[in-house]
Design a protein around this ligand. Structure first.
Ligand code: CA
Length: 295
């Protein structure tokens, strides 16, 4: 599906790319657009780093503050295919919400996600669209055969956010000086933990850390986890690839986010901490902070 290459390039201009990437502080007022006026100013910062061991960066991130969409992806596949998959996922999801903004309406959804908002349904369907784009690109070009990617995505609407993920990229919430993991990894070891076959402590030292049970692009269809969350002023969300959490524990993540003088400094410090801890994989983090604003 090389027809999507133009989209891919357009999206890439706003998406993070390999190596050192730094986005300046941005404050967005989502109230200008659509269904729900925004009660918060949202500050965002993101960064990706190749780490200390690998020679290429298969992670990608991107966001569109006008559309309120924020995405982190961690690609996999031979040669440069992992980078292609993660960037195609980012650009497809951003493009999905740009089209919605232009049409000022949600499209007919190909799948309904029960017990969650229309916004969460849109996010889930955007991920289905990304899955299809990567799967078809893999079929169309032998170099990209079998490529895949994780995704962690946040959609901001009014006083709530919708979150979704596939694979082992994670979303955390910092609220009231506590860190809470909002996503549950689609990984072999976490499936074993959930089934009572392995403890969290055993999982942390398992040699199967990088085996994931769901990915975008691997199959014609995929099942993302989607949900909604009410935001309160002061909340911070962290989207990260596994290269961060493999080397930086929850207490360190919380301490860095709480003590950093800015979100960008927090991103920088999180990545430095992962590199100091070994940096065995590519590292990506995107931070969103919600601040009350007068209307
Ligand atoms: Ca990774």
């Amino acid at each position: 599906m090389l027809a999507s290459a133009a989209e891919f390039q357009a999206g890439a201009s706003r998406a993070g790319s390999r190596g050192y990437f730094l986005v300046g502080k941005q404050v967005a007022d989502f109230g200008a657009w659509g269904w729900a006026r925004m009660d918060f100013a949202v500050e965002v910062a993101g960064k990706t780093d190749v780490g200390c061991v690998r020679t290429n960066n298969e992670d990608n991130f991107g966001y569109d503050t006008d559309c309120g969409i924020f995405v982190v992806c961690d690609g996999m596949g031979g040669a440069a295919a992992g980078e292609v998959a993660s960037q195609l996922a980012v650009s497809t999801v951003l493009s999905y919400f740009r089209q919605i903004a232009a049409a000022d309406a949600y499209p007919a959804f190909e799948r309904r996600f029960e017990d969650c908002s229309e916004h969460a349904n849109a996010l889930g369907n955007a991920i289905l669209s990304a899955n299809r784009a990567i799967y078809q690109a893999g079929l169309a070009d032998i170099r990209w055969s079998g490529m895949g990617t994780t995704i962690a995505a946040v959609l901001v609407r009014g006083k709530s956010v919708s979150i979704a993920h596939v694979g082992d990229s994670r979303i955390y919430l910092v609220r009231d000086a506590a860190l809470e993991q909002l996503t549950s990894d689609h990984s072999l070891i976490m499936e074993r933990v959930r089934r009572g076959l392995m403890t969290i402590e055993e999982a942390a030292v398992s040699a199967m850390q990088n085996v994931i049970t769901r990915a975008l692009g691997a199959e014609p269809d995929v099942q993302p986890d989607v949900s909604d969350l009410e935001i309160v002023p002061g909340d911070t969300l962290l989207l990260s690839s596994d290269g961060l959490v493999r080397h930086v524990n929850d207490d360190q993540i919380l301490e860095i986010i709480q003590s950093a003088p800015s979100l960008q400094t927090a991103c920088d410090t999180l990545i430095e901490a992962a590199k100091t801890g070994g940096g065995s994989d590519n590292i990506t983090c995107v931070l969103l902070r919600f601040c009350a604003q007068s209307r």
